[in-house]
Write a protein that binds this ligand. Structure first.
Ligand SMILES: *Cc1c(COP(=O)(O)O)cnc(C)c1O
Length: 406
């Protein structure tokens, strides 16, 4: 008899986006004349940069003739892209990352979800609350938790991000082995300083823990005092893996290209206490289970590092940041407390009421869709997330409607 992985039964059904869709559909039926403006989902809306499109086309043409055709590429990604990434995203900013420490993939969702696989099933995991749900659910599937009680799994250490700590979790008081951090944060939009991040790096070093650092939104950091990479912090190469993606930065959410940096100094330990290279473990896992990203997509991603590509990406990022600043200004003027929106595309708003109640209020009174914070964890209750991923015209219209109706 074929038996299931019982851990899947522990997963809490995620009704968040289907609940949102249901409420939006009901509203549209009741008010067919009103255009609903969606500032809920974390997907970009603007076209790929022209430099990427040109490289994409040219690479497709290469595949059209036998002489320049390419089949399987290296599982870790082509050298041209790994080198462009190491140079463009790290070495140029003073971070010591080599091309062979970059693993190209089809998404930071997969990478942040898969990375836990190379570690023992009895390690202790520390996960932020509120959180990007992938980190939690993949550890539940792997059997590292008990049942969920009242929205929280036994066996996980929750790193609470609240108004009291300015949405930067404190170092846990109990020992943990694997720590997930995400800055600029989804959903809160909070950023971390180098000094604050250094405390996490030091903690991981002292306790032989490992940090999984999700920097999917690093391109939105404009303030020179805020680190874009954990490797800007001294000692991080020994204790941190970093995830990056072209999804939110270069509009690759549908095109798919991301990468993970695994420094050769990172170690994990056997039962007997012997150090094993995390780089070699991940390389083994990646080459066994993955065949990398298509050649045209890797060429399109490489073009994001050309001078034209960089300028076009900065233009995209600035466009969304301008939306974010506009949202933040208007929401603050209405008397709400919020964070994010200055080095991040998300604004996290204290609704001063139940998050679904606030969601319904914005939908019914203004025809604007946001995301209720409770969907991201217990600490998200009372908050909503507004995303800057839309046209400026829509953002302006949404803020006008909210100002006129609340
Ligand atoms: C969008 C997002 C990602 C990136 O996902 P891709 O799979 O690369 O599209 C990773 N982490 C967070 C927190 C995100 O919001």
């Amino acid at each position: 008899m074929i038996k299931i992985n019982e851990n899947f039964n522990k997963l809490q059904a995620s009704y968040l986006f289907s609940d949102i869709a249901k409420r939006v559909a009901a509203h549209q039926q009741a008010h067919p004349e009103q255009d609903v403006i969606k500032l809920g989902i974390g997907d970009v809306t603007r076209a790929l940069p022209d430099a990427c499109i040109q490289a994409f086309h040219a690479a497709v043409d290469e595949l059209a003739s036998d002489g320049s055709f390419r089949g399987y590429g290296p599982e870790q990604g082509y050298d041209f892209l790994r080198e462009a990434i190491a140079k463009g995203d790290f070495q140029s900013r003073g971070c010591n990352v080599e091309a062979d420490e970059v693993f190209v993939s089809d998404g930071a969702k997969c990478d942040t979800g898969n990375f836990q696989e190379i570690f023992s099933s009895d390690i202790t995991i520390a996960i932020p609350d509120p959180v990007y749900p992938v980190y939690v659910d993949t550890n539940v599937m792997a059997g590292r938790t008990g049942e969920a009680v009242d929205g929280r799994y036994s066996g996980l250490v929750y790193l609470e991000a609240t108004k009291e700590n300015d949405f930067i979790p404190e170092i846990p008081s109990e020992p943990v082995d694997l720590i997930y951090l995400c800055f600029p944060n989804n959903p809160t939009g909070a950023t971390i300083t180098k000094q604050q991040l250094k405390k996490w790096v030091d903690f991981a070093k002292e306790t032989k823990a490992l940090i999984l650092y999700d920097a999917a939104y690093e391109a939105f950091v404009q303030d020179e005092n805020i680190p874009r990479s954990i490797y800007e912090v001294e000692g991080a190469r020994e204790v941190a893996v970093e995830f990056r993606s072209l999804s939110k930065t270069a509009g690759f959410t549908g095109t798919r290209c991301a990468y993970t940096v695994v420094p050769k100094e990172c170690m994990a330990y056997t039962e007997a206490g012997e150090a094993v290279s995390v780089h070699s473990l991940w390389n083994r896992r990646h080459t066994t289970k993955f065949n990398s990203v298509s050649y045209p997509v890797q060429r399109a991603a490489e073009a994001a590092y050309s001078p034209e590509g960089r300028a076009q990406i900065q233009e995209l990022v600035s466009y969304y940041l301008n939306n974010a600043a506009y949202i933040r200004k208007h929401i603050t003027a209405l008397g709400f407390d919020c964070i994010g929106g200055d080095n991040s595309p998300y604004i996290w708003i204290d609704g001063k009421m139940d998050s679904w109640e606030f969601f319904d209020l914005l939908l019914n009174k203004a025809g604007v869709v946001c995301t209720p914070g409770a969907g991201f964890g217990k600490c998200g209750e009372g908050y909503i997330r507004i995303s800057a991923f839309n046209s400026f015209e829509n953002v302006k219209e949404a803020m006008d409607r909210i100002s006129n109706s609340i």
